[in-house]
Design a binder for this molecule. Structure first.
Ligand code: KIV
Ligand code: ZN
Length: 524
C-alpha cells in the first residue's frame, strides 16, 4: 500500500518522541566502533545538527577518554541534553557528577540490573538489595542534578511485579525518566507494548515521568520493539546511528525516525530529527569508525533506493510511488550523480552542501572549501559523509598518505612498489614480492609503515555505474584485542585496496597513541 493510498487515520497533532542517541556510549563500546575524544566531539556536533534531543556522551567511570569527550562536548553543545551513564555505585556516581560539570543541560543516567538472572549471577543480590541500591542511588544523585534517568537493566526479563515496584520506588526517589531496556533483544513487539502499558497504567507517579525504550537487536526486532513501546506509551527512544552497538546492535535511529515519519498517521508520533541529514550522519560515523553499513540496510544502505529489476524500473518511471515509500532526498541521498573530487570547484561544493541543508556565509564556505581541497590531496572521491565531517571540524588527515604505487603480476610472482608520505611528511618508498598483486601490495605497505596486522576480511566491490563506477575495498583487521575496519575508494580496485590498508594503518596508529583502553565496559 503506497502512502497516498493509505487507509490510516489522519492525526492532526503528532506526539513528540524524544530521541536519545547512545551512539557515543552503547554504540561506541562495541567492537570496531571505538572513537577517541576528538572524533566523539565531531560526531556529537553532527548529532546536535541532526536535532537529537539527548546525547549520551559516554560512561565516565570507564575511561579518561570518555571523561575528556564529555568535557569537550560540555564546552560547546548548549542545545541538547547531555547524559552520562553511571552504575549504582557511589564512586561511579561521583565521577559522573564531576563529568556533568559545565554542561548546559545535564542528565545523570543510572542503571542497575533487575532480572532474576542478573540479580543472582551478576550482582549476587536479593530483590530487596537491588531495590535499596536503586533508590539510594537515585536519591543521592537527585541532590545534585534535576534530570535523572533510571534504567532497569534486563528490564524485559524481570518479573513484572518486581519491575513495577522498582520503577515506582525510583520515581518516588526522584527519577524523571524511566528506561526499561530490552538488554538482550529478547522481547517481542506485543510483549513490549503491553509491558509499557502495564507500567504506565499501574505504577504510582508513572504519568509524571517520561518512559523510555532501549532495545537491542539480537532477534532483529529492535526497531519494531521500539515502535511498539511508543504504542504502549514510551515517549523517549534510545537508539544509535546505523544501529551500532553491542552484539547485533541497538535500535537504528534512521529506521525508527523514518518509520515514524512515513507512517506518521499510524503512530501519531514524530521526532525533531532533520531527516535530510540522516545519510550524511550515517556516512560520517562510517568514516570515523571504519564500520561499513550493509548495502541493503534500510534508509542509509547504498541499495536502499536502487531499483534493479526491469519491472520495478518500469513502475518507477510511471510513478515513483509504485516502488518507493519515501523520497531518497528526504533522508539525504543526493539525486545528482555528480562526483566531488579534486576537479570540483567551490560552486559544486556549495551546491552539495546546500542539498545537505547547509547554507554557508562566504567566509565559512572558504574555510570548508580549503579543507575540501586539502582532503582531495589524500582522497579521490569525496562523499557526503566526508563533507559532513568537514562541516563538523574533522580535518584529521594526519597519518600515512599514498603518493604513488606500481603493481605488476608476471608469471605468478607479483611485485609492488609504494611511495608514501609518512605522518611527518617524509617520503618513504618500499617494495615487496607476493603471491598475487594484493599480497605484494600489502607487503610493500607493511614494509613502508612498519605496521603489520592480521587481516580478518578483505572485500572489494563496485560502487556506481558506467563512467561513475568506482571500486570500494573494505578491510577488517585485528590489532591485539582491538577490531578495526578501513575502506578505500578509487577507480582502480588495487589502489582502493591500498587506500583501505592505509585507512586501517592510520586507525591502528591513532589507537596506539590514544589514551589507554577503557578498563570496564557498561553493559550492552
Ligand atoms: O542495554 C542496556 O541495558 C543498557 C543500559 C545500561 C541502559 O545499555
Ligand atoms: Zn544497551
Amino acid at each position: 500500500m503506497s502512502a497516498s493510498e493509505s487507509t490510516e487515520p489522519d492525526v492532526a497533532i503528532a506526539t513528540p518522541i524524544r530521541i536519545f542517541d547512545t551512539t557515543l556510549r552503547d554504540g561506541e563500546q562495541s567492537p570496531g566502533c571505538s572513537m577517541n575524544a576528538a572524533q566523539k566531539l565531531v560526531m556529537a556536533r553532527a548529532l546536535d545538527t541532526l536535532g537529537v534531543d539527548v546525547i549520551e556522551t559516554g560512561f565516565p567511570a570507564s575511561s579518561e577518554a570518555d571523561r575528556e569527550a564529555t568535557r569537550l562536548m560540555a564546552r560547546e553543545l548548549r542545545r541538547p541534553t547531555l547524559a552520562v551513564l553511571s552504575r549504582c555505585l557511589p564512586g561511579d556516581i561521583e565521577t559522573s557528577l564531576r563529568a556533568l560539570d559545565g554542561i548546559a543541560r545535564p542528565r545523570l543516567h543510572v542503571f542497575v540490573s533487575t532480572s532474576p538472572l542478573h540479580r543472582e549471577h551478576k550482582l549476587r543480590m536479593s530483590k530487596q538489595q537491588v531495590l535499596d541500591l536503586a533508590v539510594t542511588s537515585v536519591e543521592h544523585a537527585r541532590k545534585y542534578v534535576d534530570d535523572i534517568e533510571f534504567s532497569t537493566e534486563d528490564g524485559t526479563r524481570t518479573e513484572h511485579d518486581f519491575l513495577a515496584e522498582v520503577v515506582g520506588a525510583t520515581i518516588a526517589a526522584g527519577a524523571t525518566t524511566i528506561n526499561v531496556p530490552d538488554t538482550l533483544g529478547y522481547a517481542t513487539p506485543d510483549e513490549i507494548r503491553s509491558l509499557f502499558r502495564f507500567l504506565i497504567e499501574t505504577v504510582p507517579g508513572a504519568r509524571d515521568v517520561v518512559f523510555s525504550a532501549h532495545c537491542h537487536d539480537d532477534l532483529g526486532l529492535a526497531v519494531a520493539n521500539s515502535l511498539a513501546a511508543i504504542e504502549g506509551g514510551a515517549r523517549q527512544v534510545e537508539c544509535t546511528i546505523n544501529g551500532i552497538g553491542e552484539r547485533a546492535g541497538n535500535c537504528a535511529m534512521e529506521e525508527l525516525v523514518m518509520a515514524l515519519k512515513v507512517r506518521g498517521a499510524w503512530y501519531g508520533a514524530d521526532t525533531a530529527i532533520d531527516t535530510r541529514r540522516l545519510v550524511a550522519t550515517s556516512q560520517l560515523l562510517t568514516r570515523l569508525t571504519g564500520m561499513q553499513v550493509q548495502r541493503n540496510k534500510a534508509v542509509v544502505g547504498a541499495n536502499a533506493f536502487a531499483h534493479e529489476s526491469g519491472i520495478h524500473q518500469h513502475g518507477m518511471l510511471r510513478h515513483r510511488g509504485t516502488y518507493e515509500i519515501m523520497r531518497p532526498e528526504d533522508v539525504g541521498w543526493s539525486d545528482s550523480r555528480m562526483v566531488l573530487g579534486r576537479h570540483s570547484g567551490r560552486a559544486a561544493v556549495s551546491h552539495r552542501l546546500r542539498a545537505l541543508g547547509y547554507t554557508l556565509e562566504d567566509a565559512d564556505l572558504d574555510r570548508v572549501f580549503a579543507a575540501f581541497k586539502d582532503l582531495c590531496e589524500r582522497q579521490r572521491v569525496i562523499e557526503d559523509g566526508d563533507l559532513e565531517a568537514l562541516m563538523h571540524g574533522d580535518v584529521a588527515g594526519d597519518g600515512y598518505r599514498l603518493a604513488a604505487m606500481t603493481v605488476s603480476d608476471r608469471g605468478g610472482r607479483a611485485s609492488a612498489q609504494v611511495e608514501l608520505s609518512d605522518p611527518d611528511g617524509r617520503k618513504v618508498t618500499e617494495s615487496a614480492l607476493g603471491d598475487g598483486p594484493v599480497d605484494a601490495l600489502f607487503g610493500a605497505l607493511s614494509a613502508a609503515t612498519g605496521l603489520d596486522f592480521a587481516l580478518e576480511s578483505y572485500q572489494v566491490h563496485s560502487v556506481g555505474l558506467g563512467a561513475d563506477a568506482r571500486g570500494e575495498a573494505n578491510l577488517s583487521v585485528r590489532d591485539g584485542e582491538t577490531a578495526l575496519q578501513g575502506s578505500g575508494t578509487s577507480r582502480d580496485v588495487i589502489e582502493a585496496s591500498a587506500l583501505a590498508w592505509l585507512d586501517v594503518a592510520n586507525r591502528v596508529r591513532r589507537a596506539q597513541t590514544q589514551a589507554p583502553a577503557r578498563a570496564l565496559r557498561a553493559t550492552s
